[in-house]
Design a protein around this ligand. Structure first.
Ligand code: HEC
Length: 145
């Protein structure tokens, strides 16, 4: 094969760098979170008083959350981004908190009588503040559909 001319090589390097730059931005886009620092702080107070007894203070849930208990119920799952909370859009998360789990055979109580929808939203802000960037990004893509 004929050796490549230096300027051809330079162009190839430049193209490579451009491609690399483009893919690395796609791999690590930064999405702005929907909530403010204040909402997380308010959500923390509400979460600690209403949710932490089941889901844990840092939304860590139950380690064995995939296995049903003796009554055939699922234990409280983690909400800190390690389980599947990110499969649900913001409105589905809000509905779960308002109505509880009975609709889909679960045991979580509903909070529509205790928390306003704005308050419930801040509890979501609190547990989402534990979500790593990649989990939040996947959720964001579901949420904007
Ligand atoms: C009495 C225990 C209990 C309390 C209190 C509780 N939860 Fe739950 N939560 C559960 C259980 C158990 C599940 C699993 C589904 C079911 O059985 O209803 C669940 C599921 C969820 C889910 C769905 C998670 C997923 O991955 O699908 C969300 C979101 C959630 N809880 C948020 C909250 C928030 C926010 C609060 C406080 C306002 C709260 N929970 C209070 C027990 C509880």
């Amino acid at each position: 094969m004929k050796p490549l001319h230096r300027s051809t090589l330079n162009i190839l390097c430049l193209l490579g760098a451009m491609l690399f730059g483009a893919t690395s931005t796609v791999a690590n886009p930064v999405v702005e979170r929907w909530y403010s620092v204040d909402e997380v702080a308010q959500g923390k107070t509400l979460f600690l008083s209403h949710c932490a007894s089941c889901h844990g203070q840092s939304a860590e849930g139950t380690a064995e959350w995939r296995k049903t208990d003796a009554n055939g119920n699922y234990p409280p799952p983690p909400l800190n981004g390690s389980a599947h909370g990110w499969h649900h859009s913001l409105s589905v998360l809000e509905q779960t908190i308002a109505m509880g789990g009975a609709r889909f055979g679960g045991v979580m109580p509903g909070f529509s009588g205790e928390l306003s929808s704005d308050e419930a939203r801040t509890t979501i802000a609190y547990f989402q503040s534990f979500w790593p960037e990649d989990v939040y990004l996947r959720w964001h893509e579901i949420n904007i559909r």
